[in-house]
Design a protein around this ligand. Structure first.
Ligand SMILES: Nc1ncnc2c1ncn2[C@@H]1O[C@H](COP(=O)(O)OP(=O)(O)OP(=O)(O)O)[C@@H](O)[C@H]1O
Ligand SMILES: [Mg+2]
Length: 472
């Protein structure tokens, strides 16, 4: 019945079957490590059992690769393939005279299925909705991030070769290569997740993999308010700012929630506007009707065909955008972004990697200098201050929570210095015994520099939203 996935002699393209030592196993369950067993005898027994299972998996995986017609797998219905794997497993177990209980058998089937069709040990982690990031430090250390906190999992690759094979599977699917001469690579997984890998010898202790999981359901403004990422007053203020076409920069550290915030802010853009988005890896999911999405492209293996964010941005300016959203400004595209913000594409937005609003401005200055533009610093600052209206600072705090710790307006220039005013801030008040931070959002008592504009555009925010909250 399932024979069409079985390899027939001489049929189908030739596939390279890994040697038995390369055969893959997933050493342990993928959930966080189990609690330590009560005594060393139990630990020993458990270890031996796992080793035995590992050997069985290794052997069965080898048999599967020998028996399955890998070329036909792409079109194989999941149900049939699972049944096929189960049948090859049963035959193998019988031949090896091994008896497994039902649960062990099911786990084995699922892991072999992941190994054959997907990304092996990474597969259950990719399916786990509570995980945001997967970080692999060599074959024996796989971390995940849940609720802002990193956890070591018991997921293992059999060895570095196994890990490399999975990396290769991912990057070759997008037409790229990673090896000693090309030791790092960016890619996008089939489900949209952002993927980066760096392999030895540059990665000293084994390949390093970082995956930012793609969330189908992006967090909206209401979710973010509910999670305590910012207050309702801040949401009302940001709605006015985006609707009134202020140019906004979301600044923050790595994984602080910049892209999520940018995506949520974009929901305030009117449906009638034409929005063009430019990203290195397409992560944004705008809900408007009129959205054109662009993704830059690195050079191919021959070093050709690169299309940078700057190329996309320059082209975007010829595509009649009402607003331009650049996923992250990190290089020479900064010039075109600032120019776009200054010349009729107001209401544009981007993110930058910085630890405060002031720091963000310095980053912009540095990016301009690095792009080789020779302009007096005063002129650079004047350009920045007239382009950027608002800097929203996102941060991942030590308890894992992600919050918008500050909203700062750029109000102009005073001499050589860009003047700013902070309108909202997250105030830390203390620490709970469980390590959770106690704090509150508070306005700083200054009226928005853009109040008049808000009013003219029909967003008459009450003065009360700028009144500071007394510390409790
Ligand atoms: N306020 C929040 N509450 C809970 N989870 C959040 C919040 N903001 C973001 N996240 C989650 O945190 C992860 C990182 O968010 P995001 O991709 O927006 O960060 P980033 O700053 O853009 O990261 P990078 O610097 O890697 O681009 C995502 O999985 C996202 O769903
Ligand atoms: Mg991001």
């Amino acid at each position: 019945m399932f024979s069409r996935y079985k390899k027939s002699e001489g049929a189908g393209p030739k596939v390279t079957v890994p040697t038995p030592t390369e055969a893959t196993v997933q050493a342990t369950p993928t959930r966080p490590a189990a609690k330590p067993a009560a005594d060393s005898a139990t630990v020993d027994k458990e270890l031996k059992r796992r080793q035995k299972l590992e050997e069985i998996r290794s052997e069965l995986h080898h048999r599967l690769l020998d028996n399955l017609n890998l070329a036909a797998l792409d079109d194989a219905p999941e149900k049939e393939l699972k049944a096929e794997i189960a049948s090859i497993c049963s035959e193998g177990l019988e031949e090896m005279a091994i008896v497994l209980n039902k649960e062990e058998r099911q786990t084995l089937h699922a892991e072999l299925f992941d190994e054959v069709t997907g990304l092996g040990p990474l597969e259950p982690l990719l399916k786990d909705e509570s995980i945001n990031d997967i970080l692999v430090n060599g074959p024996n250390r796989v971390f995940v991030e849940r609720s802002g906190k990193l956890e070591l999992t018991s997921t293992r690759f059999k060895d570095e070769k196994h890990l490399l094979r999975i990396i290769d599977k991912i990057v070759s699917a997008v037409g790229r290569r990673v090896d000693e001469s090309n030791p790092y690579v960016d890619a996008r997984l089939k489900d949209g997740s952002r993927f980066n890998a760096m392999v030895p010898p540059i990665a000293v202790d084994g390949s390093l993999v970082s995956i930012r999981k793609f969330k189908k359901e992006k967090l909206g403004i209401e979710d973010l308010v509910q999670f305590g990422a910012f207050s309702e007053e801040m949401a009302a203020y940001l709605q006015a700012a985006v609707a009134c076409r202020l140019n906004v920069i979301v600044s923050g550290g790595t994984g602080s929630g910049k892209t999520t915030t940018l995506n949520a802010l974009s929901s305030f853009i009117d449906n009638s506007e034409r929005i063009l988005t430019i990203e290195d890896t397409a992560e944004l999911q705008l809900q408007q009707v009129h959205v054109g999405r662009m993704e830059s492209r690195p050079a191919n293996v021959e070093g050709k065909g690169a299309v940078s964010q700057r190329d996309c941005l320059r082209n975007a300016l010829r595509m009649r955008p009402d607003r331009i959203i650049v996923g992250e400004t990190r290089g020479e595209e900064v010039i075109d972004m600032l120019q776009a913000m200054n010349t009729g594409h107001d209401g544009s937005m981007t993110t930058i990697h910085a630890n405060s609003a002031r720091d963000g401005v310095s980053r912009l200055e540095n990016m301009i200098a690095m792009a080789g533009i020779e302009m007096p610093i005063k002129a650079v600052r004047a350009q920045i201050s007239s382009a950027v209206n608002l800097i929203v600072q996102a941060s991942r705090l030590q308890d894992g929570s992600r919050r918008m710790v500050s909203i700062t307006e750029i109000t102009g220039m005073e001499g050589d210095v860009i003047s700013m005013q902070e309108v909202f801030r997250y105030q830390r008040l203390g620490l709970q015994p469980d390590g959770k931070i106690i704090g509150q959002f508070t306005p700083l008592g200054v009226r928005s520099h853009y109040s008049e504009r808000f009013k003219q555009w029909g967003y008459d925010l009450p003065a009360s939203i700028y009144e500071p909250v007394a510390a409790e």
